[in-house]
Write a protein that binds this ligand. Structure first.
Ligand code: AMP
Length: 301
């Protein structure tokens, strides 16, 4: 089964206590697709500007990402500049230049309309809805969002939430969206908005999954050195959705396995700046770390 992501394609400038990277490949769609492609054929719907180098397109294609849905528009590529605190769970956005993303209208190539697994990355909810309405018979659609859309376009966001199966969101956004401080209550409130499952990303503390039927809690893979957390959330979502698409199953054990695979895939992303580690990674390394993770969390009662 195929996985589609609609989201940002970016140049990122990143500063962390461990160093910096200038204008490297970034964006939610890039991280998502690179992670998903380890498990299933991945497709991007997004936009880049005239300044976007072929070298990045080649890296994505070589990793197995289909770029037919990637538009090249006149103007500059979206740019994001962020700085992380000593506590890497906290970051400040220093600069955002929307550039070609400002006028972006997602267009799905005809061949993408039958995509079974789709991820509506963080962007205007109207654009998310547009992609959703073009999908003929999706098996699972997940959504990400951020503070900007929660505050600026709450009505439109509500409409998308009513139509998606799963929300993948970080803890501060879950609190903002629900108005609840307690994370369990926040998840329950989001479930009432429509989705059947909520996945809450908690940075170095791992991931919680809530649905009416079950709760599942996964710690992050313990690493001695985290160089750059950028893209961890999107790599998590990519690994998770790719794994579900490969298994073509969305319940019980398959769901839990996909959450752990997403978690493990994201643990590689943060080991280097930008998507460098993800691009150099191979599936065997993911499988090995997955096994180690199973051992780390196993106990007998
Ligand atoms: P994550 O660390 O998983 O939250 O994702 C980081 C990625 O989100 C970076 O590569 C940025 O380029 C991208 N990003 C940051 N701000 C925005 C925004 N306002 N809209 C779309 N993408 C963004």
């Amino acid at each position: 089964m195929n996985v589609l992501v609609v989201g940002s394609m970016a140049f990122d400038s990143i500063e962390t206590p461990h160093g910096r990277a200038d204008r490297v490949l970034g964006g939610s769609a890039a991280y998502f697709a690179l992670a998903a492609a380890f498990f299933a054929p991945a497709r991007i719907v997004g936009v880049v500007g005239e300044d976007f180098p072929d070298e990045h397109l080649t890296a994505l294609s070589r990793s197995g990402v289909d770029l037919e849905g990637l538009q090249r528009a006149p103007g500059k590529t979206f740019y994001w500049h962020g700085r992380y605190h000593e506590d890497l769970n906290v970051r400040d956005t220093l600069e955002v230049q929307l550039n070609v993303l400002e006028e972006f209208v997602p267009r799905l190539p005809a061949g993408y309309e039958d995509t079974e697994y789709a991820f509506l990355g963080n962007m205007h909810p109207a654009a998310q809805l547009e992609v959703l309405s073009r999908l003929k018979q999706p098996r699972l659609v997940a959504l990400d969002t951020m503070d900007h859309w929660i505050h600026e376009t709450p009505e439109e966001l509500r409409k998308v939430l009513e139509r998606v199966e799963t929300v993948v969101i970080n803890d501060s956004e879950a609190r903002m969206l629900s108005g609840q401080q307690n994370i369990v209550r926040a998840a329950r409130a989001i479930l009432k908005m429509g989705p059947r499952a909520v996945l809450i990303k908690r940075g170095e503390y791992g991931v919680f999954q809530f649905s009416d039927a079950a709760t599942f809690v996964v710690p992050a893979y313990p690493l001695e050195e985290v160089l750059d957390p950028t893209g961890a959330g999107d790599s998590f979502a990519g690994g998770f959705m790719g794994c579900l698409a490969a298994a073509d199953a969305g319940s019980g054990d398959a769901l839990r396995r996909a959450i752990v695979y997403g978690n493990v895939t994201a643990s590689f992303t943060v080991e280097d700046f930008g998507p460098r580690r993800l691009i150099a990674l191979d599936r065997t390394e993911i499988d090995e770390r997955y096994r180690r993770f199973v051992d780390l969390t196993r106990f007998h009662d």
